[in-house]
Design a protein around this ligand. Structure first.
Ligand SMILES: [Zn+2]
Length: 166
């Protein structure tokens, strides 16, 4: 699954809508005080609809990635169907939230994951925003989905063309 940064395609929106969590000196999380920006990455494989985000978390202390966290917002059935497999551990891996296995993680990564689980994901408004970003990127890759009416019209046109050939 190739991934691309939302900000590469939608720089202006990303600038306004990227979430940054500010951790102060004394927080409930075992993290040094900093601004942690959650850069969103989405799969950009044509025709894929995996409905997941990868948070590439960058710390303001060194501008480096401190963790990469995967999160899928659909239910387990969705990922089981998508995967054609109902292996629970594979579904957990897809759906998360979980530290992405194939990305480098820093020693802060477990605390970042905890912060995302407890502060970021319970914020339904924010999760909706991420889903919207996903849809924007999908539309850019796959083209706008045809409306029902338009799809039927095309189908009819094709059927007509076929019948003429006979
Ligand atoms: Zn995908």
């Amino acid at each position: 699954m190739p991934y691309s940064l939302f900000q590469d395609d939608f720089a202006e929106i990303a600038e306004k809508e990227t979430r940054t969590v500010i951790i102060l000196q004394k927080s409930q999380f075992d993290l040094p005080p900093a601004h942690y920006s959650l850069l969103e990455m989405f799969c950009d494989e044509p025709g894929c609809d995996c409905r997941r985000v990868m948070f590439y978390v960058v710390s303001s202390r060194n501008n480096k990635s401190v963790a990469v966290v995967c999160y899928g917002w659909e239910n387990r059935d969705f990922y089981a169907k998508w995967l054609h497999d109902d292996d629970p551990s594979m579904i957990d891996e897809l759906r998360g939230p979980v530290l992405n296995l194939s990305s480098p993680q820093s020693k802060l990564a477990p605390a970042i994951l905890e912060m995302i689980e407890e502060v970021v994901l319970p914020d339904q408004t924010y999760v909706e925003r991420v889903k919207h970003h996903y849809t924007m990127l999908r539309e850019k890759i796959d083209g706008k989905r045809l409306s029902r009416k338009e799809a039927i019209k095309r189908r009819k046109r094709r059927a007509l063309a076929r019948s003429r050939k006979k």
